[in-house]
Design a protein around this ligand. Sequence first.
Ligand SMILES: [Zn+2]
Ligand SMILES: [Zn+2]
Length: 418
Amino acid sequence: MLIKGQIPTKEPNVSIGLVLPEDQQKSVTIKSSDSKSEHQILVQNDTLLLDGNPLPRIHFNRSTSDSYFTIHPIRAGRGFHWEKHISIQVLGSINISIKDGALFVINQIPVEQYLMCVATSEMSGDCPPALLESQTIAARSWLLAADEQKHAHLELDACNDDCCQRYQGMGNLTETAKKASLSTRGKVIMHHEAICDTRYSKSCGGVSESNESVWEESAKPYLRAIHDSPNSTLPDLQSNENFEYWYSQDSDCFCSPRIVPENELHQYLGHVDKSGSYFRWDVSFKQEELIKLISNKTNNPYDSIQSIKPLKRGLSGRIIQLEIKGQLKGIESIIILDSEYEIRRVLHPNFMFSSAFFIKYSIDRHSNIEEISFYGAGWGHGAGLCQIGALGMALNHYSTEEILNHYFKSTELEKIYD
Ligand SMILES: [Zn+2]
Ligand SMILES: [Zn+2]
């Protein structure tokens, strides 16, 4: 595993979880590109079986330097609205064991081979080189900073998914993507001699968010809210009125449809991304839907929902504290949701696209919400690099360094290994 604060001096190998114990997956097939046979791996009665033969663990090594493995099925988008099962092709070696009564599949791989696939899993291999280079450098810096390490208890550097960063194998690679990864080999973003924990998300919606408003952690100097526009002045979006006014104005932000038209966007997104309105969106629920939704998500059997009120917004307008008032078994109940993640989780059957929204609703004669609409900006947590904004900059001929300096202020690009 990578160690936080330690800067690698040569290319490290990393451990990436492909099938996690939490998936409770009991079977997987693996095929090597240079063999005709496909291996069936099963967990039955707490025993690991390779083509029917019990083994304590299974290890696959590549037989030649250009061979690869095809593995199926792999979960992608765990818990998000785009979740699906995919097949992936990977380099490196494969380790399989049993954990918590289910399969645990790890891909051990040199970091540059892994990163080549991350850029084209997060975004399309048809993106302009400056976008693919920026995305690769952000993905490399995030991993090597080893600041989050969400799966340290499994001794993984990352999982294959949006939870860490998307890794869907070599299936989407293009020549431009391979070149982008080779030309940035070993390059990371640094601040005060440490590798930056470079977060990123799909669309900031016009203003990116400061990290401490999204996660319970201290403020990082390079993860500040920025106006995703050539005009760097930050609009004031912390009141409901200001946010609503700003939302409805025409925008020249890098992630806006004026710079990246929505009907052209799909060719640049990752292949699991749904097409949709990333910059501005809206979603509505009727009282019955709202009761069901909030009851399910909070494990409280609500009789009615009476109001939903933003209490606090971050600098991007993302709501970071929100109040829900309703009747619970005949008694008034107020709950406060205290993070953008919790707000997005509770207010949508899957996951709200972002918490940068304003609310409009009508009230029925029982003082309950009749119908509620959320009008929102951006997709994702909004901190760090805005992927669609970076695409907009790349399409407008900004360089890789300009893109990275725009989203990650006061940082330097450095090559840490050859
Ligand atoms: Zn993860
Ligand atoms: Zn943006």
